[in-house]
Design a protein around this ligand. Structure first.
Ligand code: IDP
Ligand code: MG
Length: 148
């Protein structure tokens, strides 16, 4: 098991529905630990840069509109196989295809307004964490864990 970090965004639809806390719980319940968080209303240029891989696709412009419509909660999470684990917790892009119990199945509206983003590889996790956070904004828990 690799100790990894992944970038998660609680998207505007989920914060608007007030299910942000439940989404955070889903990651905590799946052995992941919060290492960074930022409440942020993204601008067009930021979203265009973040989702550059999708430029030109038919869903790109409405995606930019959606992601700039209201604030997001950008977070870095850490844990064993965090990138794959988080994608499992999140579920398929289209909530209609997402497995029962996944965040998107529970909280997404449709395949655009789908509650949450999760990095899809080690390379994109590094890029996406650096997109939102400086090194000083990521907390290194090391031996600072409270034990019962
Ligand atoms: P992912 O978020 O599951 O990794 P991607 O294919 O990377 O999915 O797409 C990025 C985001 O673009 C999705 O989370 C969703 O908000 C939006 N999106 C992707 N495919 C569609 C589509 O077919 N229709 C509308 N929006 C889409
Ligand atoms: Mg993706």
């Amino acid at each position: 098991m690799n100790q990894e970090r992944t970038l998660i965004i609680i998207k505007p639809d989920a914060l608007s529905k007030k299910v942000g806390g439940r989404i955070i719980s889903a990651f905590e319940e799946n052995n992941l630990r919060l290492v960074g968080a930022k409440f942020i209303h993204l601008g067009r240029e930021q979203v265009e840069q973040f989702y550059a891989e999708h430029r030109g696709k038919e869903f790109y412009e409405p995606l930019v509109q959606f992601m700039t419509s209201n604030p997001c909660l950008a977070m870095a999470w850490e844990g064993p196989d965090a990138i794959k684990r988080a994608r499992e917790v999140i579920g398929a892009t289209d909530p209609a295809q997402a497995k029962e119990g996944t965040v998107r199945r529970n909280y997404a509206t449709d395949n655009r307004h789908n509650a949450v983003h999760g990095s899809d590889s080690v390379k994109s996790a590094e890029r996406e964490i650096a997109f939102f956070f400086t090194a000083a904004e990521i907390f290194d828990w090391e031996d600072k864990i409270y034990k019962k």
